[in-house]
Design a protein around this ligand. Structure first.
Ligand code: SF4
Ligand code: SF4
Length: 117
């Protein structure tokens, strides 16, 4: 069965505070936890980078994903990003960012990753 190649954007401010070394997403992907449950295929995380930092500088990071060309099937905004939005003052409009990224990249963008606390 074909693999799903996933790229993840994490919150630059809280990445190593909520999940040390991004262990939660690396654990969740093969277990199909949380937003990874939508895939039938084996998941491979092929890229992981920060959101560009506050105040919402994600779009300049898009070329990083583009350089990977067809090797990325979908992009996820990490659960850290949704937590930064819910519990902090993250300036990103995640729904708007999803639309913009999908238009730029031509692949699905999913808001969230694992559902571990
Ligand atoms: S939610 Fe995922 S991408 Fe974000 S810090 Fe945790 S492991 Fe890393
Ligand atoms: S823009 Fe949002 S996701 Fe990025 S560092 Fe700031 S709080 Fe975190």
């Amino acid at each position: 069965m074909a693999k799903k190649h996933i790229a993840i954007f994490y919150c630059k401010r809280i990445q190593d505070h909520t999940c040390i070394a991004c262990a939660k997403c690396f654990k969740a992907a093969p277990l199909k936890n949380g937003k990874f449950s939508q895939y039938d295929e084996e998941i491979e995380i092929v890229a992981m980078t920060d959101c560009g930092d506050c105040p919402g500088l994600l779009m300049p990071r898009v070329p990083m994903i583009r350089t990977l060309g067809g090797h990325v099937d979908a992009v996820h905004l990490g659960t850290c990003v949704t937590q930064a939005k819910e519990h902090g003052e993250c300036p990103l409009d995640l729904e708007e960012m999803k639309v913009k990224l999908e238009k730029k990249l031509g692949i699905p963008v999913i808001i969230g990753t694992h559902d571990y606390v």
